[in-house]
Unconditional design. Structure first.
Length: 368
């Protein structure tokens, strides 16, 4: 089913919005989406983010890329996925991971240095985090080609048709790989949705130094649809993504969604954003907070305080589980980097593994 209200905004680059910053739902969408579920998703995933920053400050994590302010874009998109669809994230999609059912403690392993992955991508159809900017767009295109070859697109059977949702930042649009991915997606009419969170900064580089046109407009040059949504509006993000995924599964080809949002925290816990941007801008964007606006809407609709209290109680339990879980993440097997690269281990690599294990054992002896 297509949702014409989203399509309308494509040609003129208008921002598609449903829920205004003061919490008024001024456009009903046909895309549905459970506002209670999405409120809870945003609150709980924000709490994971807050706890992760605190853990990094305590030396428990090496690094953390915060998503504060981007929950509306991520939850709207994450909740548009069906189980058989697959998502390819960057390293900041903590709320999408939450929507896919990835345990938040598993997210922390990569940033604690106990794993190079953290979860099995097949369990939740949620690929591993990708730190190489833009690389995941090609992985996603390859997967979408596989879906076509499996005949899982355009059959009309909702239990069979699948699509790919790939996340990228505005900075990734300056990578050759992303542009190659767009070429392939268009030329082969692939079942793929590119979801760009335009949080306006690629570390210290603003979007304005990367492009003379909007993100959404760039899709037109490759021959497919681009739409612009208010990324701090979870309802708009959800409707636009449902629409684009429906099209993709039905054989309608790719869409690029530009979710306009803002990275309210520094790029990572290692970055000093005070050196390149004005704090007043962050304050302006704080007033557009995606959680606050949905809460206002729910309160104005008569939702009982019990609901919010219930989510707040869940938050405390989750925070405790994340703190304890992080500290008790198991150390990796020292052999693991050697074991999962080649199907059969060559003799030379086996020798290196022996030497490595001897080195680790010697270190453990010294330490004990
Ligand atoms: C190929 C590559 N080049 C450079 C980097 C260094 N780098 C890490 S994050 C980043 C900025 C990415 O910005 P954007 O795509 O907008 O995503 P955001 O971090 O804002 O979510 C850069 C340049 C990298 N990781 N990979």
């Amino acid at each position: 089913m297509l949702h014409p209200e989203v399509t309308e905004v494509a040609p003129n680059d208008e921002l598609f919005t449903c829920l205004s910053p003061d919490g008024v739902l001024h456009r009903e969408t046909t895309a549905g989406g459970d506002l209670f579920v999405m409120y809870r998703d945003m609150v709980l995933s924000r709490r994971v983010d807050t706890e992760a920053i605190a853990l990094q400050r305590q030396g428990e994590l090496g690094l953390w890329p915060s998503m504060l302010g981007q929950e509306g874009a991520q939850v709207g998109a994450g909740r548009a996925l069906r189980p058989r669809d697959i998502a390819f994230p960057t390293y900041r999609e903590h709320a999408v991971a939450w929507c896919r059912g990835v345990d938040p403690v598993q997210l922390l392993g990569l940033f604690r240095g106990t794993t190079l992955g953290g979860w099995d991508p097949r369990e939740n159809n949620f690929s591993l985090y990708t730190l190489v900017i833009g690389a995941q767009t090609l992985h996603a295109v390859g997967y979408a080609m596989g879906i076509v070859r499996d005949g899982d697109v355009g059959t009309g059977d909702p239990d069979r048709d699948r699509a790919v949702l790939v996340f990228l930042g505005d900075g990734a649009l300056s990578e050759g790989e992303t542009n190659e991915a767009f070429v392939w997606a268009a030329a082969q009419n692939l079942p793929i949705v590119f979801f760009c969170q335009n949080n306006q900064w690629a570390i210290s580089a603003p979007y304005s130094v990367q492009s003379r046109v909007s993100v959404a407009q760039r899709a037109q040059g490759f021959g497919f649809r681009g739409v612009r949504v208010d990324g701090n509006d979870v309802v708009a993000s959800h409707a636009a993504t449902v629409d684009a995924l429906d099209r993709a599964r039905a054989g309608g080809g790719p869409t690029l969604i530009e979710a306009m949002t803002y990275r309210r925290n520094p790029h990572t816990t290692s970055d000093d954003d005070g050196r390149y941007r004005d704090a007043a801008l962050t304050d302006q964007w704080s007033a557009l907070d995606p959680i606050a606006r949905l809460r206002t809407h729910l309160e104005n609709s008569g939702v009982a305080e019990d609901f919010f209290a219930g989510v707040a109680a869940e938050e405390e339990l989750l925070a405790e589980r994340v703190r304890v879980g992080c500290r008790t993440l198991p150390d990796p097997d020292p052999a693991s980097p050697f074991l999962h690269t080649l199907a059969e281990m060559p003799a030379e690599l086996a020798q290196q593994l022996d030497a490595h294990l001897a080195f680790v054992a010697a270190g453990e002896e010294v330490a004990s």
